[in-house]
Design a protein around this ligand. Structure first.
Ligand code: SF4
Ligand code: SF4
Length: 104
């Protein structure tokens, strides 16, 4: 069984796997100072290098992974989050980690 890529937006809203895959994943890379300032300090990890995580789950992730999820800072989310697209390798690995089928 697989999901259809053209239904990507709704697939992400019922997934969230990449946001709960690794505490090292939602890191900051090439964000500007203004972009980083838009993220609430409470959601940034102590060393300032990325999003704070609770276990492997990003602190900005809302809802239940694999059921219904959202990002509390969607418009201001880090670049790695914006770059993680449905059907990408990162997506496949994250979904596999919680037992969800790949998107093709
Ligand atoms: S793992 Fe893939 S489908 Fe799930 S939220 Fe991330 S990009 Fe979307
Ligand atoms: S900032 Fe948003 S999109 Fe990025 S990992 Fe956290 S919940 Fe997911």
């Amino acid at each position: 069984m697989s999901e259809r890529q053209d239904d990507a937006a709704s697939v992400c809203r019922s997934c969230g796997a990449c946001c709960a895959h690794s505490e090292t994943w939602p890191r900051f890379t090439l964000e500007s100072a203004a972009e980083l300032d838009a993220i609430a300090p409470a959601l940034v990890r102590a060393d300032g290098g990325g999003m704070r995580c609770i276990g492997n789950r990003c602190a900005a992730l809302t809802g239940e992974v694999g059921v219904s999820t959202g990002c509390a800072i969607y418009a201001d989310r880090p670049l790695v989050c914006q770059d993680c697209l449905p059907a990408s390798e990162e997506c496949r690995v994250a979904r596999d980690g919680i037992g969800l089928p790949p998107i093709i």
